[in-house]
Design a protein around this ligand. Structure first.
Ligand SMILES: [Zn+2]
Length: 464
């Protein structure tokens, strides 16, 4: 048996891990690389394996850095099933359609600006073909995607439908258990239950995004959000722009604002969600309220919709979005993408950067190369829509909104592991420095053979 890593190797996007047994080849996830500057395009252009040789895909969750190259995989000859939970399938369709649209717009604008041929990685038609390959699975119910493999999904508490995946591989009369963490949620997520502890495995593939960090306690980031709303909109009469991913982070912000309203602390203001994708994703989560944690179930006895509050409006059409860009009253605008690398939020940032009464408030991880990363790094001048913009607005960040577990949450998920039977522990989905720090922590807990693979690196697994 072999494993090779074709994404999220010493970085946090592009998750693609390929397992090869004597008879089967399958992928854990097939994600898009994002925010890696000039190398992003090259990384997304070739898989490092032949899609026609893959038998099936086990998908951990719907985020585009885990799903975003599935349509390209199908387009290039993959014809097997893609297994995922029902909420993941629904969210994947929404996100992949959006990804195809973003690529179409980018290809058109590249073509106009430099006349160069620019092809999207895939189109909406490719997404429709890709969605035909999805097959639903339930948590904690084993199934056999091939004769030598039994797979089980466990709730990972990171996003509605997110999963860690266990595979029991039969080969030469023995069994090896491989466990892929996907992305792991935080123990105190505002509305999702904590990740289940993973059953013992010989081979672990573990995310490590925040392997060296402790998150702030949950309530302080809500106070921090309120502080920025008051400072920007009430004191400085400016606009507060919150770049946020449409699926997951936007709903966390809405949940927090709803909580402030229930506590009668939310100022009377206009709150806009300017992202059609966010509206679809929020509606999707509302279809799966039974998957929320017990605290949220109790909350819903007094507030049937924990994502809706007074003053909240969704902006759907492009025309309405353009009108909002020119809106000059104090307000809060939540818009995608979270790293400000794409989407409508770029227009809001472009129009607000010059005003020192405005604030751009980041609420999630931004790679150094992304527009968000540059702003957070203190750039005084940035490039946007091929124009140079001076940065006068305040740039701020709240880190407590992470949907990724911190170092304690990650370590907790490994509590059931017996260090003497773990043969290899691969750290993926993290920056290299963070991964090194997390590896040191895990070594102290007794784990041996901790590996931080690099792109396209391949490893033999045990003797099977
Ligand atoms: Zn994720």
């Amino acid at each position: 048996m072999q494993i090779s890593f074709h994404g999220a190797a010493r970085t946090v996007t592009g998750s693609k891990h390929l397992i090869t047994t004597n008879t089967t080849r399958f992928l854990f996830d097939c994600g898009l690389f994002q925010g890696l500057g000039k190398s992003t395009k090259e990384l997304n252009s070739r898989f490092g394996f032949d899609p026609r040789t893959i038998d099936f895909v086990l998908l951990s969750h719907a985020h585009i850095d885990h799903t975003g190259l599935l349509p390209k995989l199908v387009k290039e000859g993959f014809s097997g099933p893609i297994y995922a939970t029902r909420p993941t399938i629904e969210l994947s369709e929404i996100l992949l359609m959006d990804s195809a649209e973003i690529q179409r717009i980018e290809a058109t604008s590249n073509g106009k600006s430099n006349g160069a041929e620019s092809q999207p990685l895939y189109t909406a038609e490719d997404v429709i073909e890709c969605m035909k390959r999805f097959k639903p699975v339930d948590y904690n119910e084993s199934f056999q995607p091939s004769s030598d493999i039994e797979a089980t999904y466990f709730n990972a508490g990171h996003l509605i439908g997110s999963a860690a995946i266990q595979c029991r591989v039969q080969l030469n009369g023995s069994t090896k258990t491989v466990l892929y963490s996907g992305d792991i949620g935080r123990a105190r997520h505002p509305f999702l239950p904590p990740a289940e502890r993973f059953p013992p495995a010989e081979i672990l593939i573990m995310e490590s995004t925040y392997g060296d960090k402790h998150h702030e306690i949950t309530s302080s980031h809500i106070d921090e959000l309120l502080k920025w709303i008051k400072k920007t909109c009430l004191q400085k009469k400016g606009k507060l722009i919150i770049p946020a991913f449409s699926v997951g982070r936007t709903q966390e912000i809405l949940f927090a604002l709803n909580q402030l309203e229930l506590e009668k602390r939310l100022p009377e203001l206009q709150f806009f969600v300017d992202s059609p994708l966010s509206l679809k994703a929020t509606e999707n989560i509302k279809q799966h309220l039974n998957e929320l944690n017990s605290k949220s179930q109790d909350l819903m006895k007094i507030d049937s919709d924990p994502f809706q509050f007074a003053g909240l409006k969704y902006v759907e059409t492009t025309e309405d979005s353009k009108t909002l860009v020119n809106y000059s009253e104090p307000c809060v605008i939540i818009s995608a993408s979270g790293t400000a690398d794409a989407g409508r939020v770029q227009h809001h940032i472009g129009s607000c950067l010059q005003g020192n009464n405005n604030t751009i408030l980041f609420v999630g991880y931004c790679g150094l190369e992304s527009l968000g990363g540059q702003l957070l790094d203190g750039a005084k001048q940035i490039e946007l829509f091929r124009d140079s913009h001076e940065v006068c607005a305040e740039i701020a960040k709240i880190s407590g909104f992470s949907a990724h577990g911190d170092t304690d949450d990650l370590a907790n998920c490994l509590k059931e592991q017996e260090v003497e039977i773990v043969e290899k522990l691969f750290l993926v989905h993290g920056e290299y420095k963070v991964q090194q720090a997390f590896a040191t922590r895990l070594e102290r807990k007794g784990f041996r053979d901790i590996i931080i693979p690099s792109q396209h690196e391949r490893y033999g697994l045990a003797s099977v």
